[in-house]
Design a protein around this ligand. Structure first.
Ligand SMILES: Cc1cc2nc3c(=O)[nH]c(=O)nc-3n(C[C@H](O)[C@H](O)[C@H](O)COP(=O)(O)OP(=O)(O)OC[C@H]3O[C@@H](n4cnc5c(N)ncnc54)[C@H](O)[C@@H]3O)c2cc1C
Length: 389
Protein backbone atom coordinates (compact mmCIF):
# COMPACT_ATOMS: atom_id res chain seq x y z
CA UNK A 1 0.00 0.00 0.00
CA UNK A 2 1.25 3.50 -0.76
CA UNK A 3 2.53 5.57 2.10
CA UNK A 4 0.78 8.54 3.59
CA UNK A 5 3.02 11.04 1.83
CA UNK A 6 1.33 13.84 0.02
CA UNK A 7 2.36 16.93 -1.87
CA UNK A 8 0.92 19.00 0.95
CA UNK A 9 3.57 17.88 3.38
CA UNK A 10 7.04 19.29 3.81
CA UNK A 11 10.08 17.08 4.17
CA UNK A 12 9.95 17.76 7.91
CA UNK A 13 6.38 16.48 8.02
CA UNK A 14 7.33 13.35 6.15
CA UNK A 15 10.28 12.79 8.48
CA UNK A 16 7.95 13.24 11.46
CA UNK A 17 5.53 10.69 9.97
CA UNK A 18 8.31 8.19 9.48
CA UNK A 19 9.71 8.69 12.99
CA UNK A 20 6.30 8.40 14.69
CA UNK A 21 5.44 5.37 12.55
CA UNK A 22 8.65 3.73 13.78
CA UNK A 23 7.69 4.46 17.39
CA UNK A 24 4.17 3.16 16.75
CA UNK A 25 5.57 -0.03 15.28
CA UNK A 26 7.51 -0.74 18.46
CA UNK A 27 4.24 -0.59 20.45
CA UNK A 28 1.42 -1.41 18.04
CA UNK A 29 -1.80 -3.34 18.57
CA UNK A 30 -0.26 -6.01 20.80
CA UNK A 31 0.84 -3.37 23.31
CA UNK A 32 -2.61 -1.81 23.26
CA UNK A 33 -4.36 -5.15 23.72
CA UNK A 34 -2.14 -6.00 26.69
CA UNK A 35 -2.69 -2.61 28.32
CA UNK A 36 -6.46 -2.98 27.95
CA UNK A 37 -6.51 -6.58 29.15
CA UNK A 38 -4.50 -5.69 32.25
CA UNK A 39 -6.65 -2.62 32.97
CA UNK A 40 -3.64 -0.32 32.67
CA UNK A 41 -3.00 2.94 30.86
CA UNK A 42 -0.72 3.76 27.96
CA UNK A 43 1.89 5.28 30.30
CA UNK A 44 4.97 3.91 28.53
CA UNK A 45 3.91 5.04 25.06
CA UNK A 46 2.67 8.38 26.40
CA UNK A 47 6.00 9.02 28.15
CA UNK A 48 8.12 7.98 25.19
CA UNK A 49 6.09 10.02 22.70
CA UNK A 50 6.40 13.00 25.04
CA UNK A 51 10.14 12.53 25.49
CA UNK A 52 10.61 12.50 21.73
CA UNK A 53 8.76 15.82 21.54
CA UNK A 54 5.71 14.43 19.75
CA UNK A 55 3.00 15.25 22.32
CA UNK A 56 3.92 18.91 22.55
CA UNK A 57 4.87 19.38 18.91
CA UNK A 58 2.02 21.92 18.50
CA UNK A 59 2.82 23.96 21.62
CA UNK A 60 4.98 27.13 21.69
CA UNK A 61 8.72 26.60 22.02
CA UNK A 62 9.07 29.07 24.87
CA UNK A 63 6.88 26.78 27.00
CA UNK A 64 8.69 23.58 26.10
CA UNK A 65 6.76 22.71 22.96
CA UNK A 66 7.95 22.04 19.43
CA UNK A 67 6.69 25.30 17.96
CA UNK A 68 4.58 23.55 15.31
CA UNK A 69 0.84 23.35 15.04
CA UNK A 70 -2.08 21.10 14.30
CA UNK A 71 -0.48 19.95 11.04
CA UNK A 72 2.26 18.28 13.07
CA UNK A 73 0.14 17.05 16.00
CA UNK A 74 -2.37 15.40 13.68
CA UNK A 75 0.46 13.53 11.95
CA UNK A 76 1.54 12.12 15.33
CA UNK A 77 -1.91 10.81 16.23
CA UNK A 78 -2.61 9.45 12.76
CA UNK A 79 0.64 7.50 12.64
CA UNK A 80 0.26 6.07 16.14
CA UNK A 81 -3.27 5.00 15.16
CA UNK A 82 -2.11 3.49 11.89
CA UNK A 83 0.28 1.36 13.95
CA UNK A 84 -2.64 0.16 16.10
CA UNK A 85 -1.82 2.21 19.20
CA UNK A 86 -3.68 5.53 19.11
CA UNK A 87 -3.45 7.86 22.10
CA UNK A 88 -6.99 9.19 22.52
CA UNK A 89 -5.95 11.69 25.18
CA UNK A 90 -3.87 13.53 22.58
CA UNK A 91 -7.16 14.86 21.22
CA UNK A 92 -7.85 16.44 24.57
CA UNK A 93 -4.64 17.24 26.42
CA UNK A 94 -2.22 18.89 23.97
CA UNK A 95 -4.80 19.68 21.27
CA UNK A 96 -7.85 21.19 22.99
CA UNK A 97 -6.43 22.21 26.36
CA UNK A 98 -2.92 23.02 25.12
CA UNK A 99 -4.20 25.19 22.29
CA UNK A 100 -6.75 27.06 24.43
CA UNK A 101 -4.21 27.80 27.15
CA UNK A 102 -1.50 28.75 24.63
CA UNK A 103 -3.84 31.18 22.90
CA UNK A 104 -5.91 32.57 25.75
CA UNK A 105 -4.30 31.59 29.05
CA UNK A 106 -2.59 34.01 31.39
CA UNK A 107 1.20 33.97 31.59
CA UNK A 108 0.87 32.10 34.88
CA UNK A 109 -1.45 29.45 33.36
CA UNK A 110 0.91 28.97 30.42
CA UNK A 111 3.88 28.46 32.75
CA UNK A 112 1.91 26.13 34.99
CA UNK A 113 0.46 23.88 32.29
CA UNK A 114 2.17 24.03 28.92
CA UNK A 115 5.61 22.61 29.80
CA UNK A 116 3.92 19.68 31.56
CA UNK A 117 1.46 19.03 28.73
CA UNK A 118 4.41 19.07 26.33
CA UNK A 119 6.70 16.75 28.31
CA UNK A 120 3.82 14.44 29.25
CA UNK A 121 4.15 14.98 33.01
CA UNK A 122 0.74 16.71 33.09
CA UNK A 123 -2.46 15.65 31.37
CA UNK A 124 -5.75 17.47 31.01
CA UNK A 125 -9.25 16.24 30.22
CA UNK A 126 -11.99 18.34 28.65
CA UNK A 127 -15.65 18.40 29.65
CA UNK A 128 -18.39 20.04 27.62
CA UNK A 129 -21.06 17.34 27.07
CA UNK A 130 -24.00 17.38 29.47
CA UNK A 131 -26.71 14.76 29.94
CA UNK A 132 -29.59 17.13 29.14
CA UNK A 133 -27.83 19.11 26.42
CA UNK A 134 -25.97 16.51 24.32
CA UNK A 135 -25.33 17.87 20.84
CA UNK A 136 -27.04 21.12 21.76
CA UNK A 137 -24.21 22.83 23.64
CA UNK A 138 -26.24 26.02 23.84
CA UNK A 139 -28.28 24.23 26.48
CA UNK A 140 -25.49 23.52 28.91
CA UNK A 141 -26.33 24.48 32.46
CA UNK A 142 -23.04 24.07 34.31
CA UNK A 143 -22.92 27.43 35.98
CA UNK A 144 -20.18 29.50 37.54
CA UNK A 145 -21.00 32.13 40.12
CA UNK A 146 -18.64 34.56 41.73
CA UNK A 147 -18.10 34.43 45.46
CA UNK A 148 -15.61 37.11 46.47
CA UNK A 149 -12.53 36.42 44.35
CA UNK A 150 -13.48 32.77 43.87
CA UNK A 151 -15.64 30.99 41.37
CA UNK A 152 -18.15 28.36 42.47
CA UNK A 153 -19.09 25.79 39.82
CA UNK A 154 -22.23 23.64 39.77
CA UNK A 155 -23.40 21.20 37.14
CA UNK A 156 -23.06 17.79 35.52
CA UNK A 157 -21.06 16.46 32.61
CA UNK A 158 -21.13 13.13 30.86
CA UNK A 159 -18.84 11.00 28.66
CA UNK A 160 -15.74 12.95 29.68
CA UNK A 161 -12.67 10.90 28.75
CA UNK A 162 -9.66 10.28 30.93
CA UNK A 163 -10.69 12.23 34.05
CA UNK A 164 -9.11 9.54 36.23
CA UNK A 165 -5.66 10.05 34.72
CA UNK A 166 -5.90 13.78 34.07
CA UNK A 167 -4.39 16.21 36.56
CA UNK A 168 -7.22 18.60 35.79
CA UNK A 169 -10.26 18.91 33.57
CA UNK A 170 -11.01 21.97 31.47
CA UNK A 171 -14.73 22.44 32.14
CA UNK A 172 -17.00 24.43 29.87
CA UNK A 173 -19.57 26.34 31.88
CA UNK A 174 -21.47 29.58 31.69
CA UNK A 175 -21.62 32.47 34.10
CA UNK A 176 -24.73 33.06 36.18
CA UNK A 177 -25.83 36.17 34.32
CA UNK A 178 -25.48 34.35 31.00
CA UNK A 179 -27.73 31.49 32.04
CA UNK A 180 -30.34 32.12 29.40
CA UNK A 181 -29.92 33.03 25.78
CA UNK A 182 -27.06 32.05 23.49
CA UNK A 183 -24.13 30.18 24.92
CA UNK A 184 -21.39 32.41 26.23
CA UNK A 185 -19.00 29.73 27.38
CA UNK A 186 -16.41 30.13 30.11
CA UNK A 187 -13.57 27.71 30.58
CA UNK A 188 -12.36 26.63 34.02
CA UNK A 189 -9.43 24.48 35.06
CA UNK A 190 -10.73 22.07 37.69
CA UNK A 191 -8.05 20.02 39.51
CA UNK A 192 -8.79 16.30 39.77
CA UNK A 193 -9.09 16.33 43.55
CA UNK A 194 -11.03 19.59 43.96
CA UNK A 195 -13.62 19.20 46.75
CA UNK A 196 -17.09 18.68 45.25
CA UNK A 197 -15.71 17.37 41.94
CA UNK A 198 -17.09 13.81 41.74
CA UNK A 199 -16.78 11.23 38.98
CA UNK A 200 -18.40 7.92 38.09
CA UNK A 201 -17.01 5.69 35.40
CA UNK A 202 -19.49 4.91 32.64
CA UNK A 203 -19.66 1.27 31.65
CA UNK A 204 -18.81 1.51 27.94
CA UNK A 205 -18.65 -1.33 25.39
CA UNK A 206 -15.35 0.06 24.17
CA UNK A 207 -12.10 -1.83 23.99
CA UNK A 208 -9.86 1.12 24.92
CA UNK A 209 -7.55 2.11 27.76
CA UNK A 210 -9.20 5.54 28.14
CA UNK A 211 -12.38 5.53 30.21
CA UNK A 212 -15.40 7.83 30.09
CA UNK A 213 -16.88 9.50 33.17
CA UNK A 214 -19.98 11.20 34.40
CA UNK A 215 -18.98 14.24 36.46
CA UNK A 216 -20.80 15.99 39.23
CA UNK A 217 -19.72 19.50 40.15
CA UNK A 218 -21.24 20.23 43.50
CA UNK A 219 -20.30 23.79 44.49
CA UNK A 220 -16.71 23.32 43.37
CA UNK A 221 -14.81 26.31 44.69
CA UNK A 222 -12.03 27.55 42.43
CA UNK A 223 -9.62 30.47 42.70
CA UNK A 224 -10.05 33.44 40.34
CA UNK A 225 -7.19 32.20 38.16
CA UNK A 226 -9.02 28.96 37.34
CA UNK A 227 -10.81 30.89 34.59
CA UNK A 228 -8.98 30.56 31.27
CA UNK A 229 -9.14 33.67 29.15
CA UNK A 230 -11.85 36.24 29.24
CA UNK A 231 -15.30 35.48 30.67
CA UNK A 232 -16.81 37.58 27.87
CA UNK A 233 -14.77 36.18 24.97
CA UNK A 234 -17.50 33.68 24.15
CA UNK A 235 -17.36 31.14 21.37
CA UNK A 236 -14.05 32.30 19.85
CA UNK A 237 -12.10 30.88 22.79
CA UNK A 238 -14.08 27.68 22.82
CA UNK A 239 -13.53 27.05 19.12
CA UNK A 240 -9.81 27.60 19.60
CA UNK A 241 -10.10 24.21 21.28
CA UNK A 242 -12.98 22.59 19.40
CA UNK A 243 -11.42 22.97 15.96
CA UNK A 244 -8.22 21.18 17.04
CA UNK A 245 -10.46 18.52 18.62
CA UNK A 246 -12.18 17.92 15.27
CA UNK A 247 -8.89 17.84 13.38
CA UNK A 248 -7.51 15.35 15.89
CA UNK A 249 -10.62 13.17 15.77
CA UNK A 250 -10.14 13.07 12.01
CA UNK A 251 -6.54 11.94 12.60
CA UNK A 252 -7.80 9.32 15.05
CA UNK A 253 -10.31 8.00 12.47
CA UNK A 254 -7.82 7.99 9.60
CA UNK A 255 -5.22 6.20 11.72
CA UNK A 256 -7.67 3.51 12.84
CA UNK A 257 -9.00 3.12 9.29
CA UNK A 258 -5.48 2.68 7.93
CA UNK A 259 -4.64 0.12 10.59
CA UNK A 260 -7.73 -1.97 9.80
CA UNK A 261 -7.21 -1.64 6.07
CA UNK A 262 -3.58 -2.72 6.25
CA UNK A 263 -4.58 -5.84 8.19
CA UNK A 264 -7.27 -6.63 5.62
CA UNK A 265 -4.97 -6.10 2.64
CA UNK A 266 -2.33 -8.37 4.14
CA UNK A 267 -4.97 -11.04 4.68
CA UNK A 268 -6.51 -10.65 1.20
CA UNK A 269 -3.08 -11.06 -0.39
CA UNK A 270 -2.41 -14.39 1.27
CA UNK A 271 -5.72 -16.07 2.05
CA UNK A 272 -6.51 -18.55 -0.69
CA UNK A 273 -9.68 -20.65 -0.92
CA UNK A 274 -9.98 -20.95 -4.74
CA UNK A 275 -7.18 -20.79 -7.24
CA UNK A 276 -6.13 -17.19 -6.42
CA UNK A 277 -5.87 -15.24 -3.15
CA UNK A 278 -9.23 -13.69 -2.14
CA UNK A 279 -7.78 -10.24 -2.94
CA UNK A 280 -8.02 -11.16 -6.64
CA UNK A 281 -11.82 -11.13 -6.37
CA UNK A 282 -13.09 -7.66 -7.10
CA UNK A 283 -15.86 -8.04 -4.56
CA UNK A 284 -13.06 -8.05 -1.96
CA UNK A 285 -10.56 -5.75 -3.71
CA UNK A 286 -12.82 -2.89 -4.74
CA UNK A 287 -14.30 -2.09 -1.33
CA UNK A 288 -10.73 -2.07 0.04
CA UNK A 289 -9.68 0.27 -2.77
CA UNK A 290 -12.66 2.51 -1.99
CA UNK A 291 -11.73 2.53 1.68
CA UNK A 292 -8.18 3.58 0.78
CA UNK A 293 -9.45 6.40 -1.45
CA UNK A 294 -11.84 7.65 1.25
CA UNK A 295 -9.08 7.68 3.86
CA UNK A 296 -6.71 9.55 1.55
CA UNK A 297 -9.41 12.12 0.73
CA UNK A 298 -10.20 12.64 4.40
CA UNK A 299 -6.54 13.29 5.06
CA UNK A 300 -6.49 16.00 2.43
CA UNK A 301 -9.35 17.77 4.19
CA UNK A 302 -7.70 17.27 7.56
CA UNK A 303 -4.50 18.83 6.21
CA UNK A 304 -6.48 21.77 4.86
CA UNK A 305 -8.17 22.27 8.23
CA UNK A 306 -4.86 22.03 10.10
CA UNK A 307 -3.18 24.49 7.77
CA UNK A 308 -6.01 27.03 8.07
CA UNK A 309 -6.00 26.70 11.84
CA UNK A 310 -2.23 27.08 12.05
CA UNK A 311 -2.43 30.16 9.83
CA UNK A 312 -4.93 31.73 12.24
CA UNK A 313 -8.02 31.46 10.02
CA UNK A 314 -10.44 30.19 12.68
CA UNK A 315 -13.55 30.56 10.53
CA UNK A 316 -12.10 28.75 7.51
CA UNK A 317 -10.62 26.13 9.83
CA UNK A 318 -14.05 25.59 11.41
CA UNK A 319 -15.70 24.55 8.17
CA UNK A 320 -12.75 22.42 7.05
CA UNK A 321 -12.37 20.77 10.48
CA UNK A 322 -16.04 19.79 10.47
CA UNK A 323 -15.78 18.36 6.96
CA UNK A 324 -12.56 16.53 7.79
CA UNK A 325 -14.08 15.02 10.94
CA UNK A 326 -17.15 13.94 8.98
CA UNK A 327 -15.17 12.43 6.12
CA UNK A 328 -12.68 10.68 8.40
CA UNK A 329 -15.43 9.31 10.67
CA UNK A 330 -17.26 7.81 7.71
CA UNK A 331 -14.06 6.53 6.09
CA UNK A 332 -13.00 4.93 9.38
CA UNK A 333 -16.32 3.16 9.96
CA UNK A 334 -16.38 1.84 6.38
CA UNK A 335 -12.73 0.74 6.38
CA UNK A 336 -13.15 -1.16 9.64
CA UNK A 337 -16.40 -2.76 8.45
CA UNK A 338 -14.80 -3.92 5.20
CA UNK A 339 -11.66 -5.09 6.97
CA UNK A 340 -13.66 -7.30 9.32
CA UNK A 341 -15.65 -8.68 6.40
CA UNK A 342 -12.47 -9.40 4.41
CA UNK A 343 -11.24 -11.71 7.14
CA UNK A 344 -14.44 -13.78 7.12
CA UNK A 345 -14.76 -15.66 10.42
CA UNK A 346 -11.30 -14.52 11.43
CA UNK A 347 -12.62 -10.96 11.39
CA UNK A 348 -14.53 -11.80 14.53
CA UNK A 349 -11.77 -13.62 16.41
CA UNK A 350 -9.82 -12.04 19.20
CA UNK A 351 -6.59 -13.26 17.62
CA UNK A 352 -6.96 -10.98 14.58
CA UNK A 353 -7.96 -8.02 16.73
CA UNK A 354 -10.34 -6.31 14.31
CA UNK A 355 -13.79 -7.01 15.74
CA UNK A 356 -13.33 -4.66 18.70
CA UNK A 357 -12.65 -1.84 16.24
CA UNK A 358 -16.26 -2.05 15.05
CA UNK A 359 -17.36 -0.30 18.23
CA UNK A 360 -14.26 1.88 18.51
CA UNK A 361 -14.64 3.18 14.96
CA UNK A 362 -18.13 4.47 15.79
CA UNK A 363 -16.58 6.95 18.21
CA UNK A 364 -15.22 8.87 15.22
CA UNK A 365 -18.76 9.13 13.86
CA UNK A 366 -20.41 10.23 17.12
CA UNK A 367 -17.83 12.33 18.96
CA UNK A 368 -17.04 15.15 19.47
CA UNK A 369 -19.76 16.27 17.12
CA UNK A 370 -21.99 13.74 15.42
CA UNK A 371 -22.28 13.05 11.72
CA UNK A 372 -25.76 14.63 11.64
CA UNK A 373 -24.67 17.80 13.41
CA UNK A 374 -21.90 18.27 10.85
CA UNK A 375 -24.38 17.75 8.03
CA UNK A 376 -26.58 20.35 9.74
CA UNK A 377 -23.63 22.74 9.95
CA UNK A 378 -22.77 22.31 6.28
CA UNK A 379 -26.44 22.63 5.26
CA UNK A 380 -26.85 25.88 7.16
CA UNK A 381 -23.41 27.50 7.18
CA UNK A 382 -21.96 26.38 3.88
CA UNK A 383 -25.10 26.02 1.77
CA UNK A 384 -27.34 28.61 3.44
CA UNK A 385 -30.27 26.22 3.80
CA UNK A 386 -32.90 26.88 6.49
CA UNK A 387 -32.69 25.30 9.93
CA UNK A 388 -35.19 22.73 11.18
CA UNK A 389 -34.35 22.96 14.88
C1 LIG B 1 -15.88 7.43 23.52
C2 LIG B 1 -16.42 8.80 23.75
C3 LIG B 1 -15.60 9.75 24.30
C4 LIG B 1 -16.09 11.04 24.56
N1 LIG B 1 -15.26 11.94 25.18
C5 LIG B 1 -15.77 13.15 25.53
C6 LIG B 1 -14.95 14.07 26.27
O1 LIG B 1 -13.78 13.81 26.57
N2 LIG B 1 -15.50 15.25 26.65
C7 LIG B 1 -16.80 15.58 26.34
O2 LIG B 1 -17.22 16.67 26.73
N3 LIG B 1 -17.58 14.73 25.64
C8 LIG B 1 -17.10 13.53 25.23
N4 LIG B 1 -17.89 12.64 24.52
C9 LIG B 1 -19.28 13.02 24.23
C10 LIG B 1 -19.57 13.26 22.76
O3 LIG B 1 -19.00 14.48 22.36
C11 LIG B 1 -21.10 13.21 22.59
O4 LIG B 1 -21.48 11.85 22.73
C12 LIG B 1 -21.56 13.79 21.28
O5 LIG B 1 -21.36 15.17 21.26
C13 LIG B 1 -23.04 13.50 21.01
O6 LIG B 1 -23.83 13.88 22.10
P1 LIG B 1 -24.87 12.85 22.74
O7 LIG B 1 -24.18 11.57 22.98
O8 LIG B 1 -25.56 13.51 23.88
O9 LIG B 1 -25.94 12.57 21.58
P2 LIG B 1 -27.29 13.37 21.28
O10 LIG B 1 -27.03 14.81 21.18
O11 LIG B 1 -28.33 12.91 22.22
O12 LIG B 1 -27.63 12.81 19.83
C14 LIG B 1 -28.18 11.51 19.61
C15 LIG B 1 -28.41 11.31 18.11
O13 LIG B 1 -29.32 12.32 17.62
C16 LIG B 1 -28.73 13.01 16.54
N5 LIG B 1 -29.16 14.42 16.59
C17 LIG B 1 -29.16 15.28 17.65
N6 LIG B 1 -29.59 16.49 17.28
C18 LIG B 1 -29.88 16.42 15.97
C19 LIG B 1 -30.36 17.34 14.98
N7 LIG B 1 -30.62 18.62 15.29
N8 LIG B 1 -30.49 16.91 13.71
C20 LIG B 1 -30.21 15.63 13.36
N9 LIG B 1 -29.76 14.71 14.24
C21 LIG B 1 -29.59 15.10 15.50
C22 LIG B 1 -27.22 12.89 16.74
O14 LIG B 1 -26.53 13.02 15.52
C23 LIG B 1 -27.11 11.46 17.30
O15 LIG B 1 -27.09 10.54 16.26
C24 LIG B 1 -17.43 11.37 24.23
C25 LIG B 1 -18.24 10.40 23.63
C26 LIG B 1 -17.77 9.13 23.39
C27 LIG B 1 -18.68 8.12 22.77
Amino acid sequence: MSTARTALETEEHQALRAAVAALGKRYGRDYMTTVIREGKHTDELWAEAAKLGYLGVNLPEEYGGGGGGMAELSIVLEELGAAGSPLLMMIVSPAICGMVIARFGTEEQKRTWLPGLADGSLTMAFGITEPDAGSNSHRITTTARRDGDDWVLTGRKVFVSGVDIADATLIVGRTEDARSGKLKPCLFIVPRDAPGFGRNQIDMELHAPEKQFELVLDDVRLPADALVGDEDAGLLQLFAGLNPERIMTAAFGIGMGRFALSRAVEYARTRQVWKDPIGAHQAIAHPLATAHIDLELSRLMMQKAARLYDEGDDVGAGEAANMAKYAAGEACVKAVDQAVHTLGGNGLTREYGLASLITASRVARIAPVSREMILNYVSHQSLGLPKSY
